[in-house]
Unconditional design. Structure first.
Length: 82
């Protein structure tokens, strides 16, 4: 996983699979299972995930900046560093 950022409505993450044709949904399902187990959670995750294949480092940087600013856009913090 390259990076992740907390968000109350989602858990966005930038992931780089070791195989180009790897199914991101498999990673998402495994991560959700692991997090529920670690948190001893009684709640259920929303089914599925939204994934996007990035084709360049520039695109990766743009998407990370967008994810990084999610808490700011949601009004949770004034600056992404908070």
């Amino acid at each position: 996983m390259a990076r992740s950022c907390g968000d109350p409505d989602a858990r966005p993450a930038v992931v780089a699979p070791s195989e180009r044709d790897a199914q991101l949904g498999n990673f998402s399902a495994a991560l959700k299972r692991w997090m529920r187990k670690e948190l001893n959670a009684s709640w259920q995750w929303q089914a599925g995930c939204f994934d996007r294949l990035l084709r360049s480092d520039e695109s990766l940087h743009e998407k990370w900046l967008y994810i990084q600013d999610n808490p700011v856009r949601a009004g949770l913090v004034k600056d992404w560093r908070d």
